[in-house]
Design a protein around this ligand. Structure first.
Ligand SMILES: *Cc1c(COP(=O)(O)O)cnc(C)c1O
Length: 397
């Protein structure tokens, strides 16, 4: 046996070397399998495939070599047994809910989940007789008390967006186990490189691959990985309702994973440098970043996340008006709602992504009027700093 076979390969090696079987063309890099269906050798093989007696591709709505390769990498990276890929992060979340929930079930979710996840919980799932409640990240007592006899899923994101609050996954995972609820984590902010929720008792981990996994702002995609039995139920819903990821996008995302570790290292290194610098700037009231010593949950962030991630938030002096003016003065940064791109992006949550919340609800999830969210890109750190400095200078009162 070679040493590769003796020990499990490292993250970077999984990312690069997990590859679908070579075709007779002997390609080095996995090609795109743009085919809607796959041929059977004979009727017996067709029968066995349809009856799940042998593994293999039948139709791209069910599986495809590009999708399989992408999912296989994420499974290995997260320590998951099985998974599926979907057309977007939201379809990954919806497919998970529809696969695992039924009429009469209840979901306990973090109040700080992604905007469309809020809409799904509050406006879509109730149409199917599924109820929900929120618990506050910073009020641990609300979680155990919030799990009812019919609570099937406990659903969180950590760190939260944009407040960057951290949930102790080991603690919540233990509660879920005791109460017999499925602990599900949207791990999009961290990617499998920084955090593996399954280590802390999560049974499912979900990603919007649109963010750091693609990392280059090119495509929408999603992935769900976790416990084999649960994935079976989720796959059933996906196979018969059709939120499949296109093979072309799966190919892009699998290629993206080859560089995820080196990209995340730089995102995180620059984000930490930026956060440390901004803490010293007189025009900034407050900076938040998980691996900044001043973060209220610094020790927990250090335990759960191998690095602090690519997102930094800060509050500029002068509140809402100054915050918006500041963003307008940024020259290089892109004003966009997206994050996890090679390009640094800036968002003003109070007037954009979270504008539909009341002021009171915004404050409950940590969104102050002057809060700015930066997704630190792969430009040189000095250019990133310089853009912020000049915009702060120009908007000084
Ligand atoms: C963007 C995002 C989603 C939704 O993903 P899409 O790919 O846009 O559908 C879900 N959760 C989190 C945390 C996100 O940032």
């Amino acid at each position: 046996m070679s040493s590769m076979e003796e020990s499990a390969p490292h993250f970077e090696t999984i990312a690069v070397r997990t590859q679908s079987e070579r075709s007779p063309h002997r390609e080095h890099s996995t090609p795109v399998f743009l085919t809607s269906s796959f041929v059977f050798e004979d009727t017996e093989q067709a029968r066995a495939l349809f009856n799940d007696e042998i593994p293999g591709n039948i139709y791209t709505r069910f599986s495809n070599p590009n999708n399989n390769e992408f999912v296989e990498k994420i499974c290995q990276m997260e320590g998951a047994e099985d998974g599926i890929s979907t057309a977007s992060g939201m379809s990954a979340i919806f497919t998970t809910f529809m696969g695992l929930l039924k009429q009469g079930d209840h979901v306990l979710a973090s109040r700080s989940v992604f905007g469309s996840t809020h809409s799904m919980l509050s406006l879509l799932l109730p149409k199917f007789g599924i109820s929900f409640d929120y618990a506050d990240i910073n009020k641990p007592e609300e979680w155990e008390a919030g799990i009812k006899p019919n609570t099937r899923i406990v659903y969180i994101e950590t760190p939260s967006n944009p407040a960057l609050d951290i949930i102790d996954m080991q603690w919540l995972g233990d509660i879920c186990k005791k109460k017999n609820a499925l602990f599900i984590v949207d791990n999009c902010f961290c990617t499998p490189y920084l955090q593996q929720p399954m280590k802390y008792g999560a049974v499912i981990s979900i990603h919007s691959a649109t963010k750091f996994i693609d990392g280059q702002g090119r495509t929408i995609g999603g992935v769900v990985v976790g416990n084999k039995e649960l994935i079976k139920e989720i796959r059933f819903f996906s196979r018969h309702s059709g939120p499949a990821l296109s093979p072309f996008n799966a190919w892009i995302l699998s290629k993206s994973l080859e560089t995820l570790a080196v990209r995340m290292d730089r995102h995180c290194e620059s984000a930490l440098k930026l956060a440390e610098y901004l803490e010293t700037h007189p025009e900034i009231v407050h900076v938040k970043y998980p691996h900044l010593k001043s973060h209220p949950q610094y020790a927990l962030a250090k335990k759960q996340m191998s690095q602090g991630g690519g997102v930094v938030t800060f509050e500029v002096k002068g509140g809402l008006e100054r915050g918006r003016k500041f963003l307008n003065e940024l020259k290089m940064f892109s004003l966009t709602a997206n994050l996890g791109d090679t390009r640094t992006t800036a968002t003003h949550p109070a007037s954009t992504t979270h504008c539909k919340l009341t002021e009171e609800d915004r404050l409950r999830v940590g969104i102050t009027p002057g809060l700015v969210r930066i997704s630190v890109g792969l430009e040189h750190i000095e250019d990133i700093k310089a853009d912020i400095i000049q915009a702060l200078e120009k908007t000084k009162s």
